[in-house]
Design a protein around this ligand. Structure first.
Ligand SMILES: Nc1ncnc2c1ncn2[C@@H]1O[C@H](COP(=O)(O)OP(=O)(O)O)[C@@H](O)[C@H]1O
Ligand SMILES: C[C@@](O)(CCOP(=O)(O)O)CC(=O)O
Ligand SMILES: [Mg+2]
Length: 386
C-alpha cells in the first residue's frame, strides 16, 4: 500500500529570529504543501531504500545492508521516542549522503537528505521502501520548506508504525489526533535540527497544527483570528540559508547582548499586540480598517528590528520601497537575507492597485503570489490521494 502525507508551508507574521532567543512569534500556515509518499517494498529480493526528490530531479538509493552496517548502533526503531541525532550518528549519516555524490549546484539538499535518513531509520528501522517527495514550496525562501519536509516525512513514517491511531479505511485527506500530532511534531523538530542547527520549533509546529499560532519557548497557543488576512507574498528569488542567518543573529547577540536583548523584547511586544489585534472582534468596516492600520504599523516596526538584527537585504529593501509608494506595509518573512517578503493587502484596497503593485514588483524580477492563510496542518491519505 502507498501512503501519502502533505504538510503546509507558513508565513511568519511577527517574531522570526527573536523567537529563537525566547521571544513570542505569530505564524500562519499557507495552502502550499510538501507531499511525501511511502511505498514499502513487497519483493523479498528488493533490498534498497530509495529517496526520490522529484522537483529536484534527484534520486538516491542505499542498500539496506549498507545503512545497517553504518547505523547498526541505533538498534531497533524507536518511533514513540523522538530523539536527537548524536554527533556520531550525524557523522555516519553524512558519510551515507556523501556516497550519493549530490551535484555541487544542489549540495544544499544534503542536510535535507540527512534529516530523511535520521527520521527514516529512527521510525521505520532498516526496511526497504521507496519515498517520493514533491513540493509546491520554493526551497530556502522563507516559506518553511524545511519544516514542511520534516513534518510530512515524520507523518508518513509514523503512519506506517503502530505509534499512531488512524482510520486506514478513510477516503481522502485525514487529520491526525492531537497526541499523534504532538509525537510527529517532536520528530519533525529533530529533523529540522539537522537542517537549521538551532530551530525555535515555530515552523514545524505551525506546519503540524495548521491555522494561526502564537509560539514562545516551545509552546503554542492557537489563535482564533477574527479578521480575514490577505497578504501578498513576494519572492525576491535571492537564495539564502536559514542556518547561516540564524548563526549571524546569534553572533551579533554575543557581541551586543544588551542591545539585542532590547530588540528581542520589542519584538516580543509586537507579536503579543499583533495576536491580540487578530483575536479582537471586528465590528464594522471602520474598526476593521483601524485594525489593519495597526497591523501595518507593527509589521513596519518588526521589519525595522529585523534590519537591526542584520537579516534584511537589498532585494527586500527594494520591495519595501516599491510597496511604500502605494502606502502598503511590508516585512520580510522567515530568515530573511533575500527569500520572501509579506505585504498586507487591506480589505478596502482596490484590485487595480493590487495589480499595479504586482506588475511593478514583477518588473524588478520578483515573483508574486497570494496564498490562502490558516488552513489545516499536516494530513495523511491512505486511499485515493489527489
Ligand atoms: N522537498 C525537499 N526535499 C529535500 N530537502 C528539502 C525539501 N524542502 C526543504 N528541504 C531542505 O531544507 C533546506 C531549505 O531550508 P531553509 O534554509 O530552512 O529554508 P526554508 O525552510 O525557508 O525553505 C533545503 O536546502 C533542504 O536541505
Ligand atoms: C528565522 C526563524 O525564526 C524562521 C526560519 O524560517 P525559514 O526556514 O526561513 O522558513 C528560525 C526559527 O524560528 O527556527
Ligand atoms: Mg526552514
Amino acid at each position: 500500500m502507498e501512503v501519502k502525507t502533505r504538510a503546509p508551508g507558513k508565513i511568519i507574521l511577527a517574531g522570526e529570529h527573536a523567537v529563537v532567543h525566547g521571544s513570542t512569534a505569530v505564524a500562519a500556515c499557507i495552502d502550499l504543501y510538501t507531499y511525501v509518499s511511502l511505498r514499502p517494498s513487497l519483493s523479498e529480493n528488493d533490498d534498497t531504500l530509495e529517496l526520490l526528490l522529484k522537483d529536484m530531479e534527484l534520486e538516491f538509493s542505499w542498500s539496506i545492508g549498507r545503512i545497517k552496517e553504518t547505523l547498526s548502533h541505533l538498534g531497533s526503531p524507536f518511533p514513540s521516542t523522538p530523539t536527537s541525532c548524536t554527533a556520531e550518528s550525524v557523522r555516519c549519516i553524512a558519510a551515507l549522503v556523501e556516497e550519493q555524490n549530490i551535484p555541487e549546484a544542489k549540495i544544499g539538499l544534503a542536510t535535507g537528505v540527512s534529516a530523511f535518513l535520521w527520521l527514516y531509520t529512527s521510525i521505520q528501522g532498516f526496511k526497504p521502501a521507496t519515498v517520493v517527495v514533491t513540493s509546491d514550496l520554493p526551497l530556502g525562501a522563507g516559506l518553511g520548506s524545511s519544516a514542511a519536509f520534516c513534518v510530512a516525512l515524520s507523518a508518513v513514517l509514523l503512519g506506517f508504525s503502530d505509534s499512531v491511531s488512524l482510520d486506514k479505511n478513510h477516503q481522502g485527506w485525514l487529520t491526525y489526533g492531537d497526541s499523534d500530532l504532538d509525537l510527529l511534531n517532536k520528530w519533525a523538530f529533530e529533523g529540522e535540527k539537522l537542517i537549521h542547527g538551532k530551530p525555535s520549533g515555530l515552523d514545524n509546529t505551525v506546519s503540524t497544527y495548521g491555522n494561526i499560532i502564537k509560539f514562545k519557548s516551545g509552546s503554542l497557543t492557537r489563535i482564533k483570528s477574527n479578521m480575514p488576512l490577505k497578504m501578498l507574498i513576494t519572492n525576491t528569488k535571492v537564495g539564502r540559508n536559514t542556518k547561516a542567518l540564524v548563526t549571524g543573529v546569534t553572533e551579533r547577540t554575543f557581541r551586543h547582548p544588551d542591545v539585542m536583548g532590547s530588540v528581542f523584547n520589542a519584538v516580543d511586544s509586537i507579536s503579543k499586540e499583533l495576536s491580540s489585534i487578530l483575536e479582537s472582534p471586528a465590528l464594522d468596516d471602520l474598526s476593521k480598517t483601524e485594525k489593519e492600520r495597526k497591523l501595518e504599523e507593527l509589521m513596519e516596526m518588526n521589519q525595522g528590528l529585523l534590519q537591526c538584527m542584520g537579516v534584511s537585504h537589498a532585494s527586500i529593501e527594494t520591495v519595501l520601497r516599491t510597496t511604500l509608494k502605494y502606502k502598503l506595509a511590508t516585512k520580510l518573512t522567515g530568515a530573511g537575507g533575500g527569500g520572501c517578503v509579506l505585504t498586507l493587502l487591506p480589505t478596502l484596497l482596490s484590485g487595480t492597485v493590487v495589480d499595479k503593485v504586482i506588475a511593478e514588483l514583477e518588473s524588478c524580477g520578483f515573483q508574486c503570489l497570494i496564498a490562502g492563510i490558516g488552513g489545516n496542518g499536516v494530513e495523511i491519505c491512505f486511499h485515493g490521494s489527489s
